[in-house]
Design a protein around this ligand. Structure first.
Ligand code: HXC
Length: 510
């Protein structure tokens, strides 16, 4: 008996060594942790239970029959984050570069299916070289099976991907279907085809970082939703994000008791809006001042910064915040801002997270670049996302709400449940200058007459009361009471029931 137990201990020890000491050292020398070290940091201490530690590949070609490493390049299992179950898979770069064989794929698939059955989030930690080249087509099938499970799980359980090393070929499309992708700043990159293939096909010389590093994906392409300095920070922040989320679409997000008084007044908000309408202010100041304990988890902070989205809590309840940012491009809605916010709104709606929208928007971005890029199609995504969302929707217009952007930003007309405005709100078809230049075109040569017309237009429309008279705004509120009013609105909407007509699925403009 003792011998049998010893055999198990040895087998486990062998599996834990991964690709061996030299490769582990090389991993550390690159500033990266190993697959198991990462899992230890991600999960509550001692909570990890591993599955399929002894799985090996079945490849016999290219001398692979003699090269079998238990676990086959991915560590899988489940554990807890602050006591709540999550499933995890962590690619082991020290074993065949973390590449995916069919056996490796089966391990991930088992976790995906288990997470769906149980109703718990799944987190993938990526550090891998794509399909196992020695296996070929079977590996391709393994990827497709994973993509299918990712797709079926979308909107059912939260799926999070963390890119912590290379992520190439087949490995990029699984993260791409998940809800959130985070990258580690100097050690990770993602691309469909690497620099060598790029050189052959397009004759471009490009580095890994310039092709698919953090700066590319978190700032320009929008593929990644954030970047962190190192493995430790990335994993700590994922723990923080998971705390905001429900385990699945069958459950509500956990309520977190807060010491922050739900009826707290915030007098400084009475002076947040500058006297000069063309002056910017930081919308994050408003967010941090109204949410519980100023705790805000921002999604995509470095991409489309003209709109701010992220999770917070109010009165202990998770909320999704969407806010135009007057400090960047005056908070205008462009292609990137529309797609960023639309995806976030849909995530919140899928997982029953109430939406709070802060509006200060001068309209959609004019110009050939935007129109030729499909602003109509991409802007429609945000419109569509808000319109179809059935979760509680609370909207506050702080200053500008002009034109189509007024409609889009969770207006009453798109089934906003409770729509507030500050007295500084201006709800109009457009700004007074633009409006007067069109309707009094004949007078444009006379600056004095135009100034008078502009003042008239402003007095008539640059306020919230015209909209409030029509019931488009439910109440004009004092800025200092914003937190109290939103908390009350959330409580009021706790029992909200609303269903869209039956359909197989919708056809959001993609
Ligand atoms: C088998 C692989 C591998 C792979 C790396 N390794 N990628 N083994 N299949 N795809 C092994 C290496 O042989 C090496 O083994 C170890 O992992 C570390 O690799 P290095 O090249 O030494 O590391 P590094 O210099 O850091 O470069 C990492 C890398 C590079 C950029 C990821 O290895 C690379 O370019 N790999 C191939 C990427 C690729 O083209 N993948 C196929 C994509 S096609 P030893 O024994 O020396 O430690 C694809 C199709 C699916 O994925 C599409 C589905 C939609």
């Amino acid at each position: 008996m003792k011998q049998i137990l010893e055999e198990l201990r040895k087998r486990r020890e062998r599996a834990r060594q991964g690709g061996g000491e030299a490769r582990v050292q090389a991993q550390h020398a690159k500033g990266k942790l190993t697959a198991r070290e990462r899992i230890d940091l991600l999960l509550d201490e001692g909570s990890f239970e591993e599955f399929d530690m002894f799985v090996e590949h079945r490849i016999t070609e290219f001398g692979m029959a003699d090269q079998r490493i238990p676990g086959d390049g991915v560590v899988t299992g489940w554990g807890a984050i602050n006591g709540r179950t999550v499933f995890v898979f962590s690619k082991d770069f020290t074993v065949f570069g973390g590449s995916l064989s069919s056996a490796h794929a089966e391990k991930i698939l088992k976790m995906q299916r288990q997470a769906m059955k149980v109703g718990a989030p799944i987190i993938g930690l990526f550090d891998a070289g794509g399909a196992r080249i020695q296996e070929g087509v079977a590996a391709l099938g393994g990827y497709a099976d994973i993509f299918l499970e990712n797709t079926l799980a979308s909107g059912v359980i939260p799926q999070i991907s963390v890119i912590m090393g290379p992520c190439a070929g087949g490995d990029v499309y699984s993260p791409a279907i998940t809800d959130f992708i985070f990258m580690v700043k100097d050690t990770s990159y993602m691309y469909v085809t690497g620099p060598d293939v790029v050189k052959t096909v397009t004759h471009e010389d490009v580095s890994h970082a310039d092709l698919g590093g953090y700066r590319v994906h978190a700032m320009k392409s929008g593929v990644a939703h954030g970047g962190f300095e190192n493995d430790l920070e990335a994993l700590t922040q994922v723990r923080r994000l998971v705390d905001f989320l429900p385990a699945s679409n069958r459950e509500k997000a956990p309520r977190r008791e807060s010491c922050d008084d739900p009826v707290r007044d915030e007098p400084s908000l009475d002076t947040l809006i500058p006297g000069n309408p063309n002056k910017a202010y930081d919308i994050k100041e408003l967010i941090l001042k109204v949410v519980d304990e100023a705790d805000f988890f921002e999604i995509s902070p470095d991409f489309a910064r003209n709109i701010v989205v992220g999770f917070a809590r109010m009165d202990g309840q998770t909320v999704g915040i969407v806010a135009n940012q007057p400090q960047v491009l005056a908070g205008v809605l462009d292609i990137d801002a529309s797609t960023k916010a639309a995806r976030f709104v849909r995530f919140c709606d899928a997982f029953e997270i109430a939406l709070i929208t802060f509006v200060d928007v001068p309209g959609f971005m004019p110009g050939t670049k935007q129109e030729q890029g499909g602003l109509i199609r991409h802007g429609a995504k945000l419109l569509f996302a808000y319109a179809e969302a059935t979760v509680p929707k609370i909207t506050l217009i702080t200053r500008k709400a002009y034109g189509g952007a007024y409609d889009v930003m969770a207006s009453k007309h798109l089934r906003g449940d409770i729509n507030y405005a500050w007295p500084t709100a201006e709800i109009a078809v457009m700004g007074s200058k633009g409006a007067v230049e069109i309707i009094f075109r004949a007078e444009t040569g006379d600056p004095e007459a135009i100034a008078v017309r502009e003042a008239e237009y402003k007095a008539q429309f640059a306020n919230p009361f015209v909209a409030a008279q029509r019931g488009f705004i439910d109440d004009v509120i004092m800025p200092h009471g914003t937190r109290r009013r939103i908390v009350r609105a959330l409580r009021n909407l706790e029992g909200k029931q609303l269903q869209n007509p039956w359909k197989k699925h919708d056809n959001i403009p993609l």
